[in-house]
Design a protein around this ligand. Structure first.
Ligand SMILES: Cc1cc2nc3c(=O)[nH]c(=O)nc-3n(C[C@H](O)[C@H](O)[C@H](O)COP(=O)(O)OP(=O)(O)OC[C@H]3O[C@@H](n4cnc5c(N)ncnc54)[C@H](O)[C@@H]3O)c2cc1C
Length: 446
């Protein structure tokens, strides 16, 4: 089917030309991608963030080709160029067992070079944020949204006691979203969840690692052509990894332990408030490699790492509000286990699809746009969640397994081209009450 309407996958509309006002809540990956993509498609955006500045903690995040292709269009490639300066430049992930036995090198092509990014989350957010500011998007900090509302004609939020009005609201509040239950009218604060494992994640002091003869080896590059490294040590139920980015100038670490997932609520709160490096070191106490790895963990940047419990979330019944002018996206809608490496990428796809659906629906059909978005995005994001759970399980149960190539439907998808192509089909199915069968994920999962 040919593309018949709109500014097309690579195109942009004149700023504010659609006359559609969009409130976006949260300056995470989902919120920033939505804000930029909505601006590119001619909508007027107000972006609200509760923090006074962009949060800079976190460890590394991978953006796969399906989402990187969206960002590469921003600023005619300038944003991509900027991100390449911050991203990790590696060819392989090297994996050892906890005894020190070398397991394998795994190609990491999909996350580097022209295809994707492996990057410190703070750097990625900062570059996306600066681009949103450059576009003139209205970004308001210290703006904690406390309520969401809608009528047949408009929708909005309450922030600092004041009502803000728009044509629709996109809630990208992240995994602990409060807006989710208000918007979807679900009777739970958080989706049903099972704890699956506990993690530490953050940065290490790169200079201290290099200066210390006991730890220098950890950040030494594998070859003369790449300055970054990615190293993993693994055993049944646990793994520890470090990688460098920004040409060896920043080092991030990540530890995951399956059996330490069942922390009590008070333990969890204590770990959240003051994560203790001794706990992470305790996880490798029995490892033959402990003496080699412990000095690395002792270089954890104070105050720049967290401990968290990762849970498995059931899909929500709906992402939309009853009158159809509000919607949750990103982690607020479909949190995905880290091993899938898709949480950020799926969040970015959400933003690109909703921006196009609004463009094609127009100001008079905003609820239709959000419904089309849900029909396109919900099955795919749910399928990714499902796939992510099994990748996560495998990573703990079969530590020596070599991951197969990422599924083509997930990795190679072009959600912008596909939304322009499918829009009329989806909208037609909604209008006529017919079933729409998505083409962006395996049919069986839908
Ligand atoms: C500080 C931080 C660090 C992270 N680090 C990593 C990492 O290192 N590796 C990784 O894989 N994933 C990390 N994540 C999660 C990752 O960013 C998400 O899984 C993914 O990118 C989807 O993002 P999101 O935009 O849906 O949610 P998030 O990235 O969680 O962003 C949500 C945003 O909404 C804001 N917000 C929430 N409630 C309100 C409200 N009521 N009013 C206004 N603003 C609100 C939050 O402050 C936040 O900026 C991190 C998330 C955060 C918030």
């Amino acid at each position: 089917m040919s593309i018949i309407k709109g500014s097309r996958p690579n195109g942009t509309a004149a700023p504010h030309s659609s006359k559609i006002k969009v409130i976006v809540v949260g300056t995470g990956l989902a919120g920033l991608a939505t804000a930029v993509e909505c601006h590119r498609k001619g909508h007027s955006v107000t972006l609200l963030e509760r923090h006074s500045e962009v949060p800079t903690n976190g460890d590394g995040i991978g953006i796969s080709p399906n989402a990187a292709r969206i960002i590469r269009k921003w600023g005619n490639g300038v944003v991509n160029k900027h991100l390449q300066d911050f991203a990790s430049d590696i060819k392989h992930v090297h994996t050892w067992s906890h005894t020190g036995k070398y397991i394998n090198p795994t190609s990491f092509d999909d996350f580097t070079g022209v295809k994707g990014y492996l990057i410190h989350r703070a750097s990625l957010i900062r570059v996306m944020y600066e681009h949103a500011k450059f576009l003139g998007i209205d970004i308001q900090h210290d703006s904690s949204v406390t309520d969401y509302w809608e009528t047949g004609q408009e929708a909005g939020v309450v922030v600092n006691g004041e009502k803000v009005v728009a044509d629709c609201v996109i809630c990208a509040e992240g995994i602990h979203s409060r807006g989710r239950s208000i918007i979807t009218k679900s009777d739970f604060q958080e989706p049903q969840l099972d704890p699956i494992f506990s993690t530490f994640r953050g940065t290490l002091d790169t200079e201290a690692l290099r200066q210390d003869p006991e730890t220098r080896w950890a950040v030494e590059s594998e070859s003369e052509t790449t300055r970054d490294v990615y190293k993993v040590w693994t055993t049944h139920g646990m793994h520890l990894s470090i990688f460098t980015a920004q040409r060896g100038n920043i080092t991030v670490w990540y530890a995951a332990h399956k059996d330490k997932a069942l922390m009590t609520k008070s333990e969890l709160e204590m770990a959240r408030q003051s994560p203790n490096i001794e706990t992470a070191i305790g996880w490798i106490r029995e490892w033959p490699l402990r003496e080699k790895l412990e000095p690395i963990l002792r270089k954890a940047d104070n105050g720049r790492f967290i401990q968290a419990q990762i849970s498995s979330y059931q899909p929500l019944k709906t992402w939309r509000s009853p009158l159809g002018r509000m919607m949750v996206i990103g982690d607020a809608a479909h949190p995905t286990p880290p091993a899938s490496a898709q949480s950020g990428s799926q969040a970015i796809e959400d933003g690109a699809v909703v921006a196009i659906a609004l463009e094609l629906a127009g100001k008079n059909d905003v609820p239709l746009a959000l419904e089309v978005t849900e029909k396109i995005r919900y099955p795919r994001a749910t399928a990714v969640q499902e796939e992510g759970r099994s990748i996560q399980e495998d990573s703990f149960e079969k530590p020596e397994y070599e991951p197969e190539g990422r599924p083509e439907w997930m990795w190679d998808h072009d959600c912008q081209e596909s939304t322009y192509r499918e829009y009329e089909l989806v909208a037609g199915a909604i209008r006529s009450g017919q079933n729409y069968i998505p083409t962006n994920c395996p049919a069986l999962i839908v």
